[in-house]
Design a protein around this ligand. Structure first.
Ligand SMILES: [Zn+2]
Length: 289
């Protein structure tokens, strides 16, 4: 996989170098299948597991980039977005001349799912910055937790990027059947088990990177999935027991309710010190799975 600088206004575009450079823009219209991971599809061509890379890009302020990839799966690496963030920051970012366009939220948009196992919820509201409040409620030993943060504060690389994906050991067979075994391999995910004595933070493969790493990873996923709105969000997001399907359902609902948002710029005085693209054509960030 190779990340290549792109002109202002390009957005984030996947390019399948093994299929005549077929391009799949990272936008809501191309969302394909969503269960344990988010996939994009255009004219039958797939890109799987887009969320961690998209999260890294939005998290550190990259708006325009081409992601060249020679197969259908974005590398899972260590299950977090830190390897992507490190590679991109090492290569460098360039501020582009054109001002960043935001999706500024004007009125609430909400998605609810009521089920016997508990209600799920996600909503986006008007607000300054890009703040996220996430609540999870998993079986022990993960349990309940919440995380609140603001992306505009610039702390993504430290607070969110290192948080790894996680899975229950008991789901391994099912995930393997679904072709998603990478979700519970030792070096690409936190593995928990329901048979572990119920104690928050008990995992099978080594210490957690944060005491609340699970909920931080849900925030990482949410940022990556909301990237599919096509522009950076200017507003406040609240999610309770949500997942990829709920995240992308919110993107669809938001994009279809044209009265709920406007495309706008920020005046320079309040603009965050973010850069918009990779530096130059000479040093694309190279990533090896
Ligand atoms: Zn994830």
């Amino acid at each position: 996989m190779r990340l290549v600088p792109a002109p202002a206004g390009s957005g984030i575009v996947f390019r399948r170098s093994d299929l005549d450079n077929f391009e799949i823009p990272a936008i809501g219209r191309n969302v394909a299948r969503v269960s344990y991971a988010t996939s994009l599809m255009r004219q039958g061509v797939l890109i799987q597991t887009t969320e961690h890379l998209l999260s890294a890009l939005i998290g550190i302020g990259v708006d325009n980039i081409i992601v060249e990839i020679d197969n259908l799966e974005v590398p899972i690496l260590d299950g977090s977005s830190l390897p992507y963030v490190s590679a991109i920051l090492a290569s460098g970012l360039k501020r582009q001349r054109r001002k960043r366009e935001y999706i500024r939220i004007l009125k609430p948009v909400e998605v609810r799912e009521n089920s016997p196992c508990g209600d799920k919820f996600i909503g986006v509201y008007p607000g300054d910055g890009y703040s996220i409040h996430y609540s999870i409620d998993f079986p022990e030993p993960i349990g309940r937790d919440t995380f609140t943060g603001d992306l505009e504060a610039g702390a993504y690389a430290n607070l969110i990027a290192p948080a790894r994906t996680f899975g229950f050991k008991e789901d391994e067979a099912m995930l393997r059947d679904m072709g998603l075994i990478r979700g519970v391999s030792d070096d690409s995910a936190i593995i928990v088990t329901r048979t572990t004595p119920a104690r928050i933070g008990t995992v099978l493969n080594g210490p957690l990177r944060f005491p609340d790493e699970f909920v931080r990873h849900k925030v990482l996923d949410l940022i990556g999935d909301l990237a599919l709105a096509g522009r950076r969000i200017w507003g406040r997001v609240v999610a309770e027991r949500a997942g990829h399907a709920m995240h992308t359902a919110l993107v669809h609902k938001l994009l279809h309710d044209r009265s709920a948002w406007e495309l706008t710029h920020r005046c320079e005085a309040t603009s965050p010190p973010a850069s918009d693209a990779l530096t130059d054509g000479h040093s694309p960030a190279l990533l090896h799975a």
